[in-house]
Design a protein around this ligand. Structure first.
Ligand code: 3PG
Length: 401
């Protein structure tokens, strides 16, 4: 069901689960992409006369309030993006939230404090989450699920609340699912997936599944050194997950058998410490000095990756190519983004997945519409491509309680 299926919402209290988990430097929001992506649903509801209660999490507090994880700065930014005041409740389901929800007027927006200040939000079992879910549901008449970045979490505000209230899928979740479905169901080919980021163990599931759907798999970022080690290269002091080498070897063999091309860097930027000020040089992957660590893919690799993407009609990218936050190691991620922008201009569907990758491209100066789609979900988009069942989507398909 979509929001329009909920009928006239004037005067109704609508609880919206958004993903407003943005990166913060102190109380300064360094990337507001998720707030901007969440705003249209909230605005549409408010414009329709609903009394909108937005709930969201920030970071991973341990079930109790912690000042550094307060959503107060997010309430302010959300108000600026919406062009209206957003009322902020200093608790999630406590006295302040109840009092402010009670006096909320038609078309007004209230943001509740961080859901994860309540242990019931993330508790493992249905029973442990039940009380909190009930308290949350009691604040509203209907529920709209619009936090795509959290649909892979079986949590009170994502999963249990949908079982307690009449509910609908928000527009952001619908859009994200539509795009990702295009990647999994008969993508236009050649279809390439570019994976980066630090840990190969986080990506094993998705790599396994992609070996059945993608034509090319391009690997960069810290996880590449486990691949290089699996091919017998010395990786010096680079990031290495030694316990994954055998798994990676098996994947390389499977890829060969299934005709999936795995593209690895041919050179890297090797530094003598994890620091922007460290001495660094470009070296071939078979000549990484024992006392150095690879912190970015090198220029030859960037050229190779661009070449492998040039004729692609569909590309999904998750994870930076290097330690892009430090200028000397940003070139690989920037070159990859440029290659994607280029093919987007020629009509390919390009999808940048993940909070971190999205923040990376914006930090490097790219605009959202340079790409086909920038997903707000990191873990969620990977789990979708992995073919896993996502509890926050399954529960919406179950229909109303
Ligand atoms: C994300 O940042 O991927 C989402 O907001 C989910 O956050 P979590 O990984 O802490 O559940």
């Amino acid at each position: 069901k979509t929001i329009s299926d909920l009928g006239d919402l004037r005067g109704k209290r609508v609880l919206v689960r958004s993903d407003l988990n943005v990166p913060l430097d102190g109380s300064t929001i360094t990337d507001d992409g998720r707030i901007r992506a969440s705003a249209p649903t909230i605005k549409a509801l408010a414009d329709g006369g609903a009394r909108v209660l937005v709930c969201a999490h920030l970071g991973r507090p341990k079930g109790a309030p912690e000042a550094r994880y307060s959503l107060a700065p997010v309430a302010k930014r959300l108000g600026e993006v919406l062009g209206t005041d957003v009322v902020f409740a200093e608790d999630t389901v406590g006295d302040d939230a109840r009092a402010k929800a009670a006096v909320l007027e038609d078309g007004q927006v209230l943001l509740l404090e961080n859901l994860r200040f309540n242990a019931g939000e993330t508790a493992r079992t249905d029973e442990e989450r039940a009380d909190f879910a009930r308290e949350l549901a009691s604040l509203a008449d209907v529920f709209v699920s619009d936090g795509f970045g959290v649909v892979h979490r079986e949590q009170a505000s994502v999963y249990d609340v949908a079982r307690l209230l009449p509910h609908a899928t928000g527009d952001l979740v619908s859009t994200e699912v539509d795009v990702l479905r295009r990647l999994t169901k008969d993508p236009e080919r050649p279809y390439a997936v570019v994976l980066g980021g630090a840990k190969v163990s986080d990506k094993l599931g998705v790599i396994g599944n992609l070996l059945g759907t993608a034509d090319r798999l391009l690997i960069g970022g810290g996880m590449v050194f486990t691949f290089l080690a699996a091919q017998g290269h010395e990786v010096g002091k680079s990031l290495l997950e030694a316990d994954q080498i055998d798994t990676v070897k098996a994947y390389l063999a499977r890829a060969e058998k299934e005709g999936v091309e795995i593209v690895l860097p041919v050179d890297v930027v090797a530094a003598d410490a994890f620091s922007a000020a460290a001495a660094h040089e470009v070296v071939a992957v078979d000549a990484i000095p024992a006392d150095r660590m690879g912190l970015d893919i090198g220029p030859e690799s960037s050229r190779l990756f661009a070449e492998k993407l040039a004729d692609c009609r569909t590309v999904f990218w998750n994870g930076p190519m290097g330690a892009f936050e430090m200028a000397p190691y940003a070139a690989g991620t920037k070159a990859l983004a440029e290659a994607l922008v280029d093919i987007t201009g020629r009509g390919a569907l390009t999808v940048v997945g993940g909070g971190d990758s999205a923040a990376a491209v914006r930090q490097l100066g790219f605009a959202d519409d340079d790409f086909g789609h920038i997903s707000t979900g990191g873990g969620a988009s990977l789990e979708y491509l992995e073919g896993k069942e996502l509890p926050g989507l399954t529960v919406l398909e179950e229909g109303d309680a």
